[in-house]
Design a protein around this ligand. Structure first.
Ligand code: AOS
Ligand code: ZN
Ligand code: ZN
Length: 401
């Protein structure tokens, strides 16, 4: 089968195929600045040659991901890892690299003051310090044109009785309200949840329900971030996606793969079928378009694989899952569902999943003037060898640096 022979929806009309192509061409994915620095595990960080030494070089690498995929026009920053003197200048530099600044991630997990909590801490002084950090992030959002303030709250407790669960929720609600009040009318607060780590007994935002309750209390520009690595094994993540979409509160994804813990592996590496099921909830609920308000972001660390290619691979895997989700024959599926045709409905679903969409995506890239195989084209460009020669000296940026 050639690329152009790939039929959308198993023989459906040319119009249906055009819709699939248009939806795929409109899709965008945001990449994290920290994916380009050295990162690893608590045991070992393997250094890679040519890794960026500062935020400017991270943006240059992100520009390469966009250049070869055509769908990665935004880069999330992390403060303080991406702190610079002049944020207007950083935003200008991003533009020169063909990208813009996406979400600003705050950091509440690397300060000695936060051992017993940050936005939830019993001490008003420490809570005020954590809130002030977010006000600084909001200033950076203004200077860089960023829309989203992303908060992952690492707060929690290690022992029963250590602190009041509900007291901490009250303090968190107050701190978040102060941050939310400082946002501009076109800015959002996006709130991530995680059921474990770094604390072992309670996490203060362990699940989507807790995040959603805080968002509902804050206002309509507070939305939930779903990191695919932040759930207990066997959690039905697509169900959560459907619920958050129903509530109009799915603000963003942090996409990655997990085998065991919060592994932050390449997207779709562990369970491409789960990724397809997630993307089906997105496409079938009309949430793929940019104006749906869902930001598709990556949150990853590449320890042993090359970083730029790792990002490209993740993006391609999301594109494949999205294409398959778009190929589900909605009309036939609805008919089968209404008729109670269990096997028929499931077959339609699996037919789409089992379609080889790589030729279709290669076609779409070719039509945009991109190489059909972005990883091969990037590798052949010689960029990695070039920057490895240039980026000598200094400290290479990494996760936490
Ligand atoms: C932590 O586990 C979360 O996934 C965060 O989203 C992310 O790793 C962090 O924001 C990177 O700074
Ligand atoms: Zn995350
Ligand atoms: Zn995580």
């Amino acid at each position: 089968m050639t690329a152009t022979d790939t039929t959308a929806r198993g023989g459906a009309s040319a119009d249906a195929r055009a819709d699939v192509v248009a939806a795929l061409r409109a899709q965008t994915i945001e990449v994290p600045s920290w994916a380009f620095g050295n990162s690893g595990t608590r045991f070992k960080v393997f250094p890679h040659a040519g890794v960026p030494r500062d935020p400017y070089e991270k943006l240059a690498d992100a520009g390469q991901v966009n250049l070869y995929t055509g769908i990665a026009p935004r880069v999330s920053l992390h403060i303080p890892w991406d702190k610079v003197e002049d944020y207007d200048d950083l935003a200008r530099h991003a533009k020169e690299q063909g990208v813009s600044i996406g979400a600003i991630n705050s950091n509440l997990f690397q300060d000695d003051d936060y051992m017993l909590g940050s936005l939830t801490h019993a001490s008003p002084r420490i809570r005020a310090k954590a809130v002030a950090h977010h006000l600084e992030c909001i200033e950076i959002m203004r200077a860089t044109g960023s829309r989203d303030l992303k908060i992952w709250l690492p707060d929690g407790t290690n022992y029963p009785g250590q602190d009041s669960i509900s007291g901490r929720q009250d303090r968190l609600a107050e701190s978040l309200a102060e941050i939310y009040a400082a946002l501009g009318a076109d800015q959002r607060l996006i709130l991530e949840y995680k059921f474990f780590e770094p604390y072992t007994y309670t996490m203060d935002i362990p699940d989507w329900g807790t995040s959603l309750l805080h968002c509902l209390a804050l206002g309509e520009r507070a939305m939930v971030v779903l990191d695919t690595g932040h759930h207990a094994p066997n959690t039905n993540i697509e169900f959560i996606v459907a619920q958050l979409l129903r509530a109009g509160r799915l603000g963003a994804f942090d996409f990655n793969s997990r085998f065991y813990a919060d592994d932050d592996m390449m997207v779709g590496a562990a369970d491409p079928f789960q990724l397809f099921r997630i993307m089906y909830e997105i496409t079938s609920n009309g949430a793929l378009a940019a104006d749906s308000g869902v930001s598709f972001m990556l949150d990853q660390n590449h320890n042993i694989e090359p970083k730029i290619q790792g990002q490209i691979r993740s993006i391609m895997n999301i594109q494949e899952a999205t294409a398959k989700a778009l190929l589900v024959d909605a009309e036939a599926l609805l008919a089968a569902q209404l008729a109670g045709d269990v096997l028929g409905a499931n077959s339609l679903f699996m037919d789409a999943y089992n379609t080889d969409v790589r030729p279709l995506l290669a076609d779409i890239r070719a039509a945009q003037g991109l190489a059909p195989d972005p990883i091969a084209a990037f590798t052949a460009s010689g960029y990695v060898a070039k920057v490895a020669a240039e980026r000598v000296g200094g400290t290479q940026a990494g996760w936490g640096a």
